[in-house]
Design a protein around this ligand. Structure first.
Ligand code: FAD
Ligand code: PYC
Length: 416
């Protein structure tokens, strides 16, 4: 790692940072690797890192059609929590939260993981019952979550308006270990650490086909920069997962929708935690730069455009202004969208596929940022051992055929 004294930092800043070394090499594709990961988001970069670090596979390439972190990793509202209902999900998401807790140290890169707490509001009697069920199920699974009265919620988040509004707040579930992290830093930290272990990160290289050998096994990828062979291919391409898997003849039960977010002008630190409302489709936190980061729901129609309908973000802003009247005077700076990959039961797939040598990590929908280190860790395990880890064993493609669904619609938070 490069170290600079204060003075040398100032000198470098004033001279256009000449001499700073890139954090990862711009690798050229080689003819062959031991494993290829398709998709340079946090999940794909993380999987390459864990393949090298924990499984000794260093002839690994991450192939990204654009720039790393330019997909949903760099477009999301960074909410991290593990308060899902079912045992399988609690184990999966809490595995990830535990990895988040040590990630800056493991990567030697500050991913700015901030356990400021995630508050999920209940506005109706039905909301209260569902939320309390989650609190009880979480606690039975050793996942922290607690029920707050409106007064207790206001004590934690004083700007919250609980009464005299269209959807009064009847209480809230609060996971104190939940919070946020810096999205770009997660991609950059994994890229830098994977690169240091010998992984090739190949940007501006689109995968256009998956080649299978005479036995039907995956044996390489066609790309805009030529064919690259590998006996193990992991696809981690979020909204484009079904498109890529179709190249190998695998149909996924996934639909892709735009999901959008927006940020306000920066203001002084005023917002101590994350607040989400599933019922009125809005969620909000404050970034370390001071911007209020606000998220909306998905569009009603499938699409691959990285933007959403204006009425969807307007609805989210109306909800936020109702819950936090003070924010009516904030100016919004920009909005954007990402393409989220939604499964019928709102749970992900991290699994082997019917094609030998082909593995997939997808279906995270609106909620995969929180899972970044966990999904990456489990995908690497599954690729390296050609078998799932016990934590991801239930998250197969076949569960949709066999009926072993893990229905997390109520915990997925964003209506989709
Ligand atoms: P990505 O970061 O999208 O990486 C996939 C990569 O694959 C992309 O970089 C893409 O360019 C690449 N790719 C696609 N096709 C090809 C190809 N043919 N060849 C090569 N590369 C290809 N989750 C949460 O947990 N908390 C949140 O608060 C949250 N908020 C969200 C808000 C918004 C607005 C959005 C859009 C999503 C949100 N999510 C949230 C979901 C979360 O962002 C994603 O689930 C997660 O980031 C997925 O990470 P990934 O690495 O799998 O995907
Ligand atoms: O999964 O917590 C979540 C989430 C919040 C906003 C979008 N997804």
């Amino acid at each position: 790692m490069q170290r600079f004294s204060g003075l040398s930092l100032i000198r470098r800043g004033l001279t256009g940072q000449r001499g700073w070394q890139p954090q990862w090499r711009q690798a050229e594709p080689k003819a062959a690797y031991d494993a290829i990961i398709v998709g340079g988001g946090g999940h794909g970069l993380g999987a390459a890192f864990y393949l090298a670090k924990e499984h000794g596979l260093t002839r690994v390439a991450v192939v990204e059609k654009g720039w790393i972190g330019g997909g949903n990793t760099g477009r999301n509202t960074t909410i991290i929590r593990s308060n899902y209902l079912f045992d399988e999900s609690a184990a999966l998401y809490d595995h990830s939260v535990q990895l988040w807790e040590g990630l800056s140290q493991v990567l030697n890169y500050n991913v700015m993981f901030s356990q400021r707490g995630v508050m999920m509001l209940a506005h109706t009697v039905h909301d209260v019952q569902v939320s309390q069920r989650h609190v009880h199920a979480n606690r039975a699974n050793g996942v922290d979550n607690e029920w707050l009265t409106p007064e207790e919620a206001r004590a934690i988040c004083p700007l919250l308006q609980t009464d005299d509004i269209r959807y009064p707040v009847l209480g809230a579930a609060f996971q104190r270990r939940g919070g946020t992290a810096r999205h770009d830093a997660v991609a950059w930290g994994f890229a830098r650490a994977a690169n240091a272990l010998g992984v090739d990160i190949i940007e501006n290289c689109e995968v256009t086909g998956i080649r299978r050998d005479s036995h039907g096994a995956a044996c390489g990828i066609e790309t805009t920069r030529g064919f690259i062979s590998a006996p193990r291919i992991g696809v981690s391409a979020a909204g484009h997962s079904s498109v890529i898997m179709k190249m190998a003849g695998v149909e996924l039960p996934i639909e892709s929708y735009p999901l959008q977010a927006l940020v306000s002008e920066p203001v002084k630190p005023i917002f101590p935690c994350v607040v989400m409302s599933n019922t009125i489709h809005a969620y909000i936190s404050q970034s370390d730069k001071g911007e209020m980061v606000i998220g909306a729901g998905t569009d009603a129609y499938t699409s691959y455009t990285q933007r959403g309908g204006l009425h969807i973000s307007r609805h989210a802003i109306e909800a936020i202004c109702e819950l936090f009247p003070m924010f009516r005077r904030l100016r919004m700076m920009r909005n954007w969208g990402g393409i989220v990959d939604v499964t019928p039961d709102r749970s992900p797939i991290i699994a082997k596929t019917p094609v030998p040598g082909l593995y997939v990590n997808c279906g995270w929908g609106t909620g995969g940022f929180k899972a970044t280190p966990g999904a990456a860790h489990l995908l690497a395990w599954t690729i390296a051992r050609d078998a799932p880890h016990p934590i991801n064993a239930p998250f197969t493609i076949e569960r949709f055929r066999d009926g072993n669904l893990i229905d997390e619609a109520a915990a997925a938070a964003v209506a989709h």
